[in-house]
Write a protein that binds this ligand. Structure first.
Ligand code: MG
Ligand code: ZN
Length: 212
């Protein structure tokens, strides 16, 4: 009787292996790949609708949500390819889900791939999807303490978008505090203040995606 060699990979090891494979595929295609992470309602999808209008077929989007395809539908309508991953309860995307979604996309013209993660400030930051850079989004109504409360995301984020900046007169959000907390965690972080409503900062965001 031969010896049975059991290869028992943990979920995390499996994800890391899948992420490495994704990264190879994306690098071979010279795609710039971003993983956008935030709590629900920060405006990720609205920001990507705006980007879809500006970038058109240069942009492709993979959207994660627990249920429904409504966010991918919104982005598709703005003129770029988008595909939805419904996790059916899962609170983050993993690298295999991203790979399956990527294979459903027509990426012939794609230069930039953005993955909109499931709205959640905790575990999405710890699952590598094969992206080049993570982007964190916080919005003014959420409160300025988010970077200090969720350092695992903010110390991994290459850029932080402070969104809904048009609400500054109506909410107690100390923008300087949020920015300085982000820089304490990552001194090289790029902070971009945005409003999809007024368009403020959106050119800087598009520029970041294109040139990073
Ligand atoms: Mg969304
Ligand atoms: Zn999770």
């Amino acid at each position: 009787m031969g010896k049975k060699i059991e290869i028992n990979m943990s979920a995390r090891e499996k994800n890391d292996a899948a992420a490495k494979k994704n990264r190879e595929i994306f690098n071979n295609r010279s795609l710039r790949v971003f993983n956008i992470i935030s709590s629900p309602g920060s405006g990720k999808t609205s920001i990507l609708e705006y980007a879809a209008e500006k970038l058109g077929s240069k942009l492709a989007v993979i959207v994660g949500d627990v249920f429904t395809t409504q966010d991918a539908d919104r982005i598709n309508k703005k003129g770029c390819v988008a595909v939805q991953v419904e996790t059916g309860g899962g609170c983050h995307l993993n690298a295999e889900m991203v790979r399956d979604a990527y294979e459903q996309l027509d990426t012939k013209k794609t230069e930039i791939l953005v993955i909109e993660n499931v709205g959640n400030l905790v575990c999405p930051s710890t699952y590598d999807l094969g992206e080049d850079k993570k982007i964190a989004v916080i919005s003014l109504p959420e409160g300025d303490e988010k970077p200090s409360k969720y350092p695992a995301l903010f110390n991994r984020a290459d850029a932080v978008i402070i969104n809904k900046i048009d609400l500054a007169p109506f909410v107690d959000f100390n923008i300087e505090r949020a920015e300085s907390d982000c820089r304490k965690l990552n001194k090289d972080v790029r902070v971009i203040r945005t409003s999809v409503k007024t368009g403020e900062g959106m050119d800087s965001f598009i520029d970041y995606l294109e040139k990073r």
